[in-house]
Design a protein around this ligand. Structure first.
Ligand code: UDX
Length: 441
């Protein structure tokens, strides 16, 4: 008999994981404590923008015409306990308010509820990003005869479906062979398609996740540090990144210089990692992450300074600033810790009249920064602007017609905070184009 799977927490990670498990052929039951989310998911919709996810849900959610019917959602813990052979815990672990450490309250609450209903012989699998040592502690919360595995998730927003169905690797922390066997059964599909399956102990599995994100953050801050040096020396960081990226040992990915990283993962994960290392007495090993964080945050301020300079003066008062992009990266509607909105907010606080446009992030941006100005298109945002800031590299912005925008802007100055626009196209249309870490033409 095929394993029955539950997924606890239906945010980005959980909703995608539940749909992917149904796609792999399992019967799946997703649980969330928010009834509105369950209602939405049960009709095949998601409360966020993630390419391909609604299509996958429509393919499997019970009650949708033509679906496999393998995927259902509930708010009932009893139902989850009775149903599942394998329970994936996918709740979020945000940064604690005013602290670096990670907030484990959702994970702890999920384990406590699950412990009351889980059947003997079932396997609980933690997927949330947690401080190392959590799995060892949480195994103690589960009743006798229920095992735990730790299986971190590496999905990227915007590629969540693809990353879940075809992961670069599957990492599983276990304490015994039975848990490993069950995990191999769950992931037989992706492993058969070539995804490596790495079995570790609990702490290593937890550390793989935080160290992978730290490495990615380090790569981005490294190239942004090089951008600063390029700015001082008159070099071109885009050419530099291309040239060092040809070295296989370095690799070309994650070397895009600009206003730095944001989102719900990298910034909070490196901070929580530092906090945990401190608790373990290993803080010296991670002091470099403090520098990674500070290079990253500095980029936002430097973008503000570039804008101030482009306006030729000391103040933003009364100046109109168009901001293209609000999300922390393209193909997502997520504005959590978004560098783009941070820059927009700083300029607004200094008296600038900021107008933001983003293809998918407008609702979330309006909720988070209600006092900024918003426009319904790039053209409207740019109308009357004294300077244009390109802060999230959506394809839509690369495809804009610089000549049409030149007609409506008050001043033709564009600052590319993501090094993603075709500088020649903009210059040919009469714009002054400037980018971070690149020489002025
Ligand atoms: C990240 C990890 O990539 C993923 O493996 C993990 O599971 C969760 O965290 P995500 O937050 O979706 O995923 O975003 P990612 O694509 O990694 O981008 C993070 C930030 O870095 C974005 O703000 C992006 O704009 C920025 N970035 C990325 C750069 O500034 N330069 C780059 O070269 C790459």
């Amino acid at each position: 008999m095929a394993l029955k799977i539950t997924v606890i927490g239906t945010g980005y990670l959980g909703a995608t994981h539940a749909a992917a498990m149904a796609e792999l052929g399992f019967e799946v039951l997703g649980l969330d404590v928010v009834p509105e989310k369950i209602e939405l998911l049960s009709s095949g919709r998601v409360p966020m923008y993630e390419p391909g996810l609604e299509e996958l849900l429509a393919k499997h959610v019970a009650g949708i015409e033509g679906s496999s019917g393998r995927l259902r959602f509930t708010t009932s813990w009893e139902e989850v306990g009775a149903f599942g052979d394998v329970h994936f815990v996918c709740v979020n672990t945000p940064q604690k308010h005013g602290e670096y450490a990670c907030d484990m309250s959702y994970v702890d609450a999920a384990f406590a509820s699950l412990a009351e209903v889980v059947r003997e012989g079932a396997l609980v699998v933690g997927k949330s990003t947690v401080p190392v040592g959590s799995a060892e502690r949480l195994v103690g919360v589960l009743p006798e005869g229920v095992e735990l595995a730790w299986n971190p998730e590496f999905l990227r927003e915007g590629f969540a479906v693809q990353d879940t169905l075809h992961p670069d690797r599957i990492v599983v922390g276990v304490q015994d062979e039975r848990a490993e066997k069950l995990m191999r059964e769950v992931y037989a599909g992706p492993v058969g398609d070539g995804s490596p399956f790495v079995v570790t102990d609990f702490p290593t599995a937890e550390l793989v996740k935080t160290s992978a994100n730290s490495f990615l953050a380090t790569k981005i801050s490294f190239i942004n540090a090089m951008a600063e040096v390029c700015e001082a020396a008159g070099g071109d960081v885009v050419k530099l990144a291309e040239a060092i990226g040809y070295d296989d040992r370095i690799g070309a990915k994650f070397l895009r210089a600009g206003i730095g990283f944001g989102g719900g993962c990298l910034p909070k994960d490196i901070r929580a990692f530092m906090a945990r290392a401190g608790e373990l007495g290993a803080d010296q090993a991670l002091t470099f992450l403090r520098e990674i964080d500070s290079i990253n945050m500095r980029r936002r301020g430097q973008m503000v300074e570039m804008a101030r300079e482009a306006l030729g003066g000391s103040t933003f008062l009364g100046r109109r600033v168009a901001v293209l992009g609000a999300t922390f990266k393209p193909d997502s509607d997520d504005v959590r810790d978004s560098p783009a909105l941070n820059v927009a907010g700083q300029i607004h606080l200094q008296g600038g009249q900021v107008t933001v446009y983003d293809p998918k992030g407008m609702d979330n941006a309006r909720r988070l920064f209600p006092t900024l100005g918003y426009a319904e298109s790039a053209l409207e945002a740019v109308r009357g602007a004294d300077v244009v800031l390109h802060l999230t590299e959506w394809r839509e912005f690369r495809e804009l017609d610089p000549a049409a925008l030149a007609e409506v802007a008050a001043s033709r100055v564009i600052l590319d905070g993501r090094n993603a626009l075709d500088s020649e196209r903009w210059r040919t249309a009469g714009w002054t184009y400037r980018a971070m870490g690149r020489p002025r033409a």
